[in-house]
Design a protein around this ligand. Sequence first.
Ligand code: SMG
Ligand code: MG
Length: 357
Amino acid sequence: MPLVAPFRTSFGVETARDVLLVRAATPDGDGWGECVAMSEPLYSPEYADGAAQVIERFLAPRLFAAGDVEPLDVARLLEPVRGHRMAKAALETAVLDAWLRARGESFGSYLGAVRDRVPAGVSVGIMDSIPALLDAVAGYLDQGYLRIKLKIEPGWDVAAVRAVRERFGDDLMLQVDANAAYTLADARVLAALDDFDLLLIEQPLAEDDLRQHASLAQLVRTPICLDESIESAKDAADALALGACRIINVKPGRVGGYLEARRIHDLAQAHGAAVWCGGMLETGIGRAANVALAALPGFTLPGDTSASDRYFAQDVTAPFVLEDGHVAVPTGPGLGVEPIADVLASMTTSTTWLPAP
Ligand code: SMG
Ligand code: MG
């Protein structure tokens, strides 16, 4: 799916989204799940084609072998396979969607949503120049986005943040995301961001640098938020106990599914730590579930839950739209949205059916 504009991060430029969707065909009806792995293993070790293969060879056979599978069984059945959380999450979501549709219950209701709409933030890529960045941010604010996240990397940090803060004022909710582009030796640059009253600095250091994030947290005043480092509720517990972060970006794909994502929400709430819902340039399928999760009570910061048109001219479902800076939580059974058949067909490059043995 072509993106409406290139999206540059510290690890690369995305111009299109290569999407892997999982459809679970069950006796009670279909369910859908979106795998958030990107086409290349640059954000994390998983990638879309690899996820398709691990589902086909190792994950789906375990579910088929188990026979009658309920959503709460999926993670346990897939546990013997190490890692591959994004692939596992897509399967669990498809099973959960089918199960909820059969029961007439929405994702939001099942997960424990307490809001019917969620405030929307937007993630703004690294640009060629500060004027281009200011134009992009102005455009998003005109559309009503309530929080801006700037992607940063060494060389595109303090000046970019200063320019946005000066142009749009102190009331703008502003945060940054480095996607692991810095080391502890850059602490001075990261501390310079303290002047700009940011909500948080997301994943400044490498994903396996929990201890160093804890050291960095002693050197900067801005709260540290972890994304790539948190792959499970256990990781979240360790990070909070170590003081490696005060805030967690919850991405259901990264942590193996919506049920584990909810556990992280519950754990963070018990710790008094804030969570917010991250994004992986999802289509309407993944977005529907993210928006439902973001409506839980502990999601107290706006998420990367933007409207469909921030990413795609044509979404695979009816588009999610921004209303007064918010996105509505779907209320229909399951995800509450489904792929539009002819749109899906026009975008599909390959389909593999895995028949139950
Ligand atoms: O879905 O709005 C979105 C993208 C939000 O910045 C975003 N995601 O590290 O949080 C992150 C990145 C990961 C994907 S970047 C290609
Ligand atoms: Mg991030």
